[in-house]
Design a protein around this ligand. Structure first.
Ligand code: SF4
Ligand code: SF4
Length: 75
């Protein structure tokens, strides 16, 4: 159960879900998020965002508006 929660915390906050597979690593959302909730995963060509501080998300939904590839969805 703890492991499951750790995984969920990397792809969701109380307000948004992310689908990292759609991410094109433009990093616009990282600059837009006011609470530094979003982090980078990068290994060679394999780059995408991840949620790094799920509990800091305030639900402003700026990430949903700014991402050109529909990575973020409202919970
Ligand atoms: S704005 Fe969208 S495509 Fe760009 S890094 Fe963020 S999630 Fe990925
Ligand atoms: S909803 Fe706002 S605070 Fe939460 S991840 Fe998106 S931009 Fe950051």
């Amino acid at each position: 159960m703890r492991r499951k929660n750790e995984i969920l915390n990397k792809i969701s906050t109380p307000y948004v879900w992310v689908n990292p597979r759609r991410c094109r690593a433009c990093w616009i959302c990282m600059d837009t998020c006011p609470k530094q909730v979003i982090g980078k995963v990068g290994f060679l060509w394999h780059k995408h965002i991840i949620i790094k501080n799920s509990t800091d998300c305030i639900g402003c939904k700026k990430c949903i508006k700014v991402c050109p590839y529909g990575v973020f969805k409202e919970v």
